[in-house]
Design a protein around this ligand. Structure first.
Ligand code: ZN
Length: 283
């Protein structure tokens, strides 16, 4: 009954090619939700998806207070009282939407959190998103360094790169090394750093490692400033969209001239993911 109830009207989430939100998009969502949800008490979590039902029991959340909302890698962490975290990963098509009134006609609703004031709605067209309960800090065991923290620096990266034969792009997307970088930002970072995406990770010299760290921090910070990149189902908590796609230097620019040198941007497949680069600027 509930599913029919929620699937009556036009979709809120735009249907474009599936791209997973990365650090800047998730950070934008967290910043949008924080003022609305912090210190609110959860009255009830209604789950409309058997997959989520297998991941968590809604009753555990009733009566708990949301102490804080933060991002860790590509995860959204709701810190609850009683040393418990509700962890959400949006994957390809998930979205979190806050609204004052009880949801009446929203498609692809997987769960609705009833709060003291308003409702938080978890939408997910492709049902790949994750919503699970966990104990505080458990994500730290699974994830690598936060790229915008001072701990992510040349020394750390040099130590991790040593001995790795993996292509540097694949290495940058490894969440156990650095958390939050995905397919789009890895390409932008490597372009700005002047490093070819296929280079063996261990082959980078000190100067290139320094450039890579610097590019990582500047690209991600700038993308956060522009509220992320909109090329997918991503939207912010208030259904607005980011605009960093207007600043992308290499991603998606196949056969277009490089913005730096004019050479035609090429694309290759790297571990199944389309990867754009300039063969003149990136060595
Ligand atoms: Zn170029």
């Amino acid at each position: 009954m509930c599913k029919r109830f929620f699937s009556a009207s036009a979709p809120i989430v735009k249907k474009k090619r599936g791209k997973m939100p990365e650090l800047p998009e998730v950070e934008t969502i967290v910043q949008g939700l924080k003022p609305k949800l912090a210190q609110q008490k959860i009255r009830q979590l209604r789950i409309y998806d058997s997959k989520i039902e297998r991941m968590l029991v809604g009753e555990y959340l009733s009566g708990r207070r949301i102490i804080n909302i933060r991002r860790r890698g590509k995860y959204i962490v709701f810190e609850l009282n009683g040393d418990l975290d509700l962890i959400v990963h949006l994957r390809m098509s998930g979205g979190l939407l806050y609204q004052q009134n009880e949801p009446q006609s929203i498609r692809w609703v997987r769960a609705v959190m009833k709060l003291d004031d308003g409702f938080l709605i978890f939408q997910d067209r492709r049902r790949l998103g994750v919503m699970e309960l966990s104990h505080s800090r458990s994500l730290d065991l699974r994830l690598g360094m936060e790229p915008l923290s001072s701990d992510f620096n040349s020394d750390y990266l040099r130590q991790k790169l040593a001995g790795s034969k993996r292509p540097i792009k694949v290495f940058l997307m490894d969440q156990t090394i650095v958390a939050g970088i995905g397919n789009i930002y890895a390409q932008e970072i490597l372009f700005v750093a002047g490093v070819h995406p296929q280079r063996e990770a261990r082959s980078l010299n000190n100067n290139e490692i320094r450039k890579l760290v610097k590019a990582t921090k500047s690209i991600l910070a700038m993308a956060i400033k522009h509220q992320g990149t909109t090329v997918s189902d991503f939207q912010n908590a208030d259904a607005s969209e980011g605009n960093f796609q207007n600043f992308l230097k290499v991603y998606g620019r196949n056969n277009k001239p490089c913005l730096v040198c004019g050479t035609v941007i090429r694309k290759i497949k790297l571990q199944g993911r389309t990867t754009y680069f300039c063969e003149k600027c990136q060595k």
